[in-house]
Design a binder for this molecule. Structure first.
Ligand code: NDP
Length: 503
């Protein structure tokens, strides 16, 4: 048997690795070569039951652990993550195909930031309720109480970051979690569980199960689960929300987008092009908040495209561990085929003008090392003269495909930007800050940027509108998604209000 570079991944519960009893396994693939890198053992229903039982058993004690103590443990985990940043980032690079220049600067760091943020928030009294004096002799108080055993289900584009954005507020608030990574990017999951254990997180508080959609579906319908936090496609999110609704479970849904990047007529063109490139080619376009509909005022379209074509030369595919590489392959074969089919559709059916790239093999691959020739590499692609009715403009591609849409007036662009069932993100580029705020206020999206694109710090609550999601992650409001309210009214007058008094 050929030995794979990484040890097999299996379950993790009761504070230690556990073997799966399903007998089913799959191979995890390095997207840059299409070669297998690890064996992944899928969970059976009884494995999932065991992980949920572990989370259920750990809940009473963890939820009663003083917040300051939970905080101390989670801060220790954040510090281990930072110490092991490069090692974890290199694993994320192998698993996702994203360049190490990205994973080492963003993926682990932004996860650790959120862990630190929520640990500090609850340690500093962020879970306190309210005291309400109703009358001199009556008052009410509210408490924020943990929900129970929760489920986190992640997408493949930011695996460790998503795992942390879910588990950090979940655990900080006193809940326990069973986490399922995407079967395409499972490597981080048990490592994160080991880090939590090493930091002092008690057995059963953070658990991992591996597997595909069937495992996710069984988890979300599990009767002992109090909440499901899901990141993925709108169509999957709808199934997960429907399944959770049957048991009246709390849900947070972080779903797809088709966001508008609006370049207003007075924008600094260089700045707008940089922003549009970040909004389309960062992580090879596999970012949920990507601004793939780039609306450019007709007066500046020619210049915008000229600067863009110059800048496209700075996209550097290649050895993913080389710090100069800033563009990797797509995550998996099915996703690669999906993105290529959109590129072909853009040319053949939508009849958009191909300005750059397209579905052909990237030229550099011809002289690249043999081992990367079968990787899921595509060309960064730009279509122009696009119309709102085109499929490439309407549907989320989740790859490096930019659509340029010319417009005439600000009123028109706002209306067109909002003409979608999705509402994850949007942004404007302009020198006129009054206009920026006026336009942003009209854009139907949960996350908006002015003269920048993509930054999502721990302090900022983020979540999609319309079909792009339910609820928010991060920021002060992020913790509210992991607690329920208990109100208590205390009457001290000695008189119980009644309508049943003697006449
Ligand atoms: P999917 O919806 O395909 O999968 C997401 C997760 O759900 C995976 O772990 C998947 O397992 C699992 N799953 C699949 N079917 C079910 C089911 N019936 N019940 C429960 N779980 C299930 O999304 P992708 O992984 O393709 O991720 C890309 C999508 O995620 C894009 O649409 C992107 O916009 C969105 N996204 C949104 C973000 C946000 O914050 N709004 C952030 C990042 C991504 P498996 O993969 O093993 O099949």
């Amino acid at each position: 048997m050929v030995s794979l570079p990484y040890p097999p991944r299996s379950l993790y519960y009761d504070g230690k690795p556990q073997s799966a009893n399903s007998g089913k396994s799959s191979q995890n693939i390095d997207p840059s070569t299409s070669l297998p890198i690890a064996e992944i053992h899928s969970a059976s229903h009884s494995d999932v039951d065991a992980a949920v039982a572990s989370a259920t058993k750990a809940f009473p004690s963890w939820s009663q652990t003083p917040a300051i103590q939970r905080s101390r443990i989670l801060l220790k985990a954040a510090s281990i993550l930072r110490e092991r940043n490069d090692e974890l980032a290199a694993i994320e690079t192998k698993d996702t195909g994203k360049a190490f220049s990205e994973t080492s600067a963003v993926d682990v760091v932004t996860g650790a930031d959120v862990l630190e943020y929520f640990a500090n928030l609850v340690g500093g009294g962020g879970l306190n309720g309210e005291t309400i004096q109703l009358r001199p002799d009556a008052w009410a108080y509210t408490k924020k109480e943990a929900l129970g055993a929760c489920v986190g289900i992640g997408a493949w584009n930011y695996p460790i970051q998503i795992a942390l954005w879910k588990s950090a507020p979940c655990l900080a608030a006193g809940n326990t979690m069973v986490y399922k990574p995407s079967e395409f990017t499972p490597l981080h999951s048990t490592l994160l569980a080991e880090i939590y254990t090493a930091a002092g997180v008690p057995p059963g508080v953070f658990n991992v199960v591996q597997g595909g959609g069937d495992v996710g579906a069984y988890l979300t319908s599990h009767p002992d689960v109090a909440k499901v936090s899901f990141t993925g496609q709108v169509s999957t999110g709808a199934k997960v929300a429907a399944s959770a609704a049957g048991g009246m479970k709390y849900v947070t849904m972080e779903l797809g987008g088709k966001s508008a990047c609006v370049v207003l007529p007075d924008a600094d063109i260089e700045q707008a092009v940089d922003g549009a490139m970040m909004a389309n080619f960062y992580s090879s376009g596999q970012v949920c908040t990507n601004g793939t509909r780039v609306f450019v005022h007709e007066s500046m379209k020619e210049k915008f495209e000229e600067v863009l074509l110059q800048r496209m030369q700075y996209i550097r595919p290649g050895d993913l561990m080389d710090m100069n590489t800033n563009f990797g392959p797509l995550v998996s074969k099915p996703h690669y085929e999906k993105v290529l089919s959109y590129m072909k559709h853009g040319i053949e059916e939508d009849k958009a003008t191909l300005l750059y790239g397209g579905p052909g093999k990237p030229e550099w691959l011809a002289s690249a090392k043999d081992e990367v020739k079968n990787g899921f590499w595509v060309q960064p692609t730009v279509f122009t003269n696009c119309k709102d009715s085109m499929r490439i403009v309407k549907e989320e591609i989740f790859g490096p495909v930019m659509s340029i849409l010319p417009y005439k007036t600000v009123e028109e662009v706002v209306e067109r930007a909002n003409n979608t069932s999705l509402g994850l993100a949007a942004g404007v580029f302009t020198k006129d800050l009054n206009l920026a705020h006026k336009v942003v206020a009209q854009l139907q999206a949960g996350i908006t940027w002015v003269n920048t694109w993509g930054e999502s710090p721990a302090e900022m609550s983020v979540g999609g509108w319309k079909l792009s999601g339910v609820g928010v992650e991060n920021g002060r409001r992020g913790i509210e998604a992991w607690v329920r309210n208990k109100s208590t009214l205390v009457e001290m007058s000695g008189e119980v209000p009644t309508v049943f008094a003697k006449l």
